[in-house]
Design a protein around this ligand. Sequence first.
Ligand code: MN
Length: 204
Amino acid sequence: MSTKYTLPPLPYAYDALEPHLDAQTMQLHHDKHHQGYVDGANKAQQELAAARDKGDFSLVDYWEKKLAFHTSGHALHSVFWTNLAPPGKVGQPSRELAQGMELAFGGLDKFKAQLTAAAVSVEGSGWGLLAYEPLGKSLVILQCENHQKQAIWATTPLLVIDVWEHAYYLRYQNRRLDYVKAWWNVVNWDDVSRRFAAALATVR
Ligand code: MN
């Protein structure tokens, strides 16, 4: 099987985000769930290569769907881990990011209120995202279903929250809002600020 995609290591220990995100959830989420998306993305690539070799595209719609789902899952989880940091090491938004949020949302508090509401109200499994949208040169908040639906093409994810049940159910059960509130305590603002600066640099 192709190993085009590989699982990135967690940048901290499984229990580093306690008490907000528990160690058992982090271990299962990273080692099992994220690994599953990596494997799924590689499998879809392999199956599409085999289809091209055989000239048989009878299952192309199935594998294109799998490719988008698993590769997007791999991409978002890769951002998700580095978006987080142990309590006390979370930094703060850069001046540039704070200005961007002021322009787009009217400030940090309104941004947090909208992203919280968007994440809590995802139907079923999905994500809330802060992303940079280069056409309007603006920050946007997206509500994503599964890993790939309701995206805006061309945006760059900057801060993402996983609201699949596997991200919170062991500790928070059905209380998704409690999980989202706890998650805000471990958002690594230095990482979000770095991602924003890098996204701006690509369009300047
Ligand atoms: Mn997940």
